[in-house]
Design a protein around this ligand. Structure first.
Ligand code: FAD
Ligand code: SF4
Length: 506
């Protein structure tokens, strides 16, 4: 067993909560403007110290101060062609909002950011910027890119602390007197709703759960994305003519076709792909085995972490093994630690270098004491009297690269061992829900996901779709990008003369 290691820990500055300003200053003009790009290294962001945060669910990363944000913005070269923007699926005008920060015009910077991103405080916290806008920043070629995500988060947080009457309001187009139904309130649905309301439509969101946000609410824990941040961004949509219907599973209460018959002019489906993949190994039904989705939903959405205020049953394991190497596995492992586990181990069939999780999340898990068993694949959950006592693991080695470009894990003959555990959490991915067929009578591909054209149009010209239910598990910003481009396509379709008959799918 190896303790996770990382060569990027210098990025993480640990600061006690008490040393940080409680509110961000709202008078930026006090700081003089500088135009020549600074040569300073990328500015670190303060974090709650690991030893403190493993016993609470408060946010780990604490954000930039105004001074740090200004200093980081001044690293930007203000490139004419702004290659960073090509890396952003919702096409935020990054160059311009950074320029407004440099100019001390934070209200303008917020307005630019919000014009294309309906959830900036969420994206600033959970987007994998290192593989998107920051990957295409010119400074990334020679060293460290501008910390675009941290600046985005800073602006959204600064805006939230302004008096309500001063806060940036979305500029809505005149009302078009047309209604759009959005199915699912994850990032795809929220982005579609935001864009459609901006364009003058009445939008009604139908959500199966009692709380909006999709994975942002039930999957990503509070220590990465506090609920109040999501609630604030949902509230901004409510104020922009978006109505939310909770506990409204489409396919049960009505189908998409019935919604169209009831007078909706178009429908956007963003129901995600939340059906857990199972390991298909013996012992999977023992008490103490969870899918990551169930484990995280019990803790986040059903507040198990607030025991005894909320009496949601969840096993608080002493020895927890999480299987997987993505963001979901990191969230499950770090959640188990915070619930009081003595030892949390990640079992991953490749090595740390191949882990698909965000680098920052792996680093944070390391600091918190999560252990990694590399090159290990589950063979059997071992148990006694119906309860988990361990996980039999198969030792693997890396072979040639597979279609994903990562080296394929191959079993090492005869090398098996049992890792002791009282709780096993499986985070090996999710699938589309077969219930999808009742949601809408549209084409579904061989893997069970919705088939769409480039702009998200399904085989029914008035039903569009985007996010994980089209692509399979992806990222928040990709789901948002799909929701937004489908919204633009819906607007084009409904602005065309022969809406009823048009068939644009290629
Ligand atoms: P979802 O977020 O799944 O939302 C779909 C919504 O539709 C849900 O609220 C669901 O209840 C609702 N719904 C389903 N069926 C119906 C129905 N029939 N009627 C009405 N409503 C319905 N991505 C990142 O970029 N960064 C991260 O750090 C990150 N961490 C993650 C951590 C976890 C634990 C998980 C699970 C995922 C993570 N992801 C991350 C991936 C990202 O969250 C997803 O790619 C994204 O949420 C997909 O958005 P979506 O809107 O398509 O679906
Ligand atoms: Fe600034 Fe990087 Fe974008 Fe150039 S690519 S404008 S340096 S953020």
């Amino acid at each position: 067993m190896t303790q996770l290691n990382s060569d990027k820990q210098a990025e993480c500055v640990q600061t006690s909560n008490s040393e940080l300003p409680k509110t961000l200053p709202v008078t930026p003009s006090a700081i003089p403007t500088r135009r020549r790009p600074s040569r300073e290294p990328r500015h670190a962001m303060a974090n709650q110290p690991a030893e403190e945060r493993i016993s609470n669910f408060q946010e780990v990363a604490l954000g930039y101060t105004l001074e740090q944000a200004r200093a980081e913005a001044e690293r930007c070269l203000q490139c004419k062609n702004a290659p960073c923007e090509a890396g952003c699926p919702v096409e935020v005008r990054i160059h311009d909002f950074i320029s407004a920060i440099i100019d001390n015009d934070l209200p303008e910077a917020v307005a630019i950011l919000k014009e294309r991103n309906a959830l900036p405080a969420v994206c600033g916290r959970v987007c994998p910027q290192e593989s998107q806008c920051e990957a295409t920043c010119v400074l990334a070629r020679r060293g460290e890119p501008v910390a675009i995500g941290r600046l985005e988060r800073f602006l959204a947080d600064w805006d939230r602390q302004r008096p309500e009457e001063e806060r940036n309001k979305t500029r809505l187009a005149p009302c078009k007197h047309k209604r759009i139904a959005v199915i699912g309130s994850g990032p795809a649905g929220l982005a579609a709703a935001g864009e459609l309301s901006l364009r003058g439509y009445y939008v009604e969101v139908f959500e199966a759960l009692h709380s909006p946000g999709g994975v942002l609410a039930y999957g990503i824990p509070e220590f990465r994305l506090p609920n109040y941040i999501l609630e604030d961004e949902v509230e901004a949509l409510r104020q922009a003519r978006v109505t939310f219907h909770m506990n409204a599973p489409i396919g049960t209460v009505a189908s998409c076709e019935e919604l169209l018959d009831e007078g909706f002019n178009a429908v956007f489906i963003g129901v995600g792909a939340g059906l857990p993949k199972f390991m298909d190994i013996p012992g999977e039904n023992l008490n103490g085995v969870y899918s990551a989705n169930e484990f995280l939903t019990r803790v986040n959405l059903m507040h198990a972490y607030e025991f005894p205020r909320w009496d949601t049953p969840v096993q608080r394991g002493r020895q927890v093994v999480v299987i997987g190497g993505g963001n979901v596995a990191m969230d499950a492992a770090r959640t188990a630690l915070r619930l009081g586990a003595e030892e949390v181990t990640l079992a991953y069939r490749r090595t740390q270098a191949e882990m698909p999780a965000r680098i920052e999340e792996v680093e944070h898990a390391i600091e918190e004491g999560v252990k990694l068993v590399e090159l290990a694949s589950p063979l059997e959950v071992v148990g006694q009297d119906g309860w988990v006592t361990g996980l039999r693991l198969q030792k693997m080695e890396l072979g040639r690269a597979d279609a994903s470009g990562r080296r394929r894990p191959i079993p090492v003959e005869g090398e098996e061992y049992v890792h002791p555990a009282d709780t096993v959490v499986s985070a090996i991915g999710t699938l589309a829900n077969p219930h999808l067929r009742e949601v809408a009578d549209v084409d579904i591909n061989q893997w069970g996901y919705l088939s769409v054209g480039e702009d998200g149009q399904t085989s029914n010209p008035r039903i569009f779709a985007g996010g994980d239910i089209v692509t399979g598990s992806a990222t928040v910003i990709e789901a948002m990008g799909a929701g937004k481009s489908a919204a633009i396509a819906i607007d084009e379709l409904l602005s065309a003369p022969d809406v009823q008959t048009q068939r644009r799918m290629t």
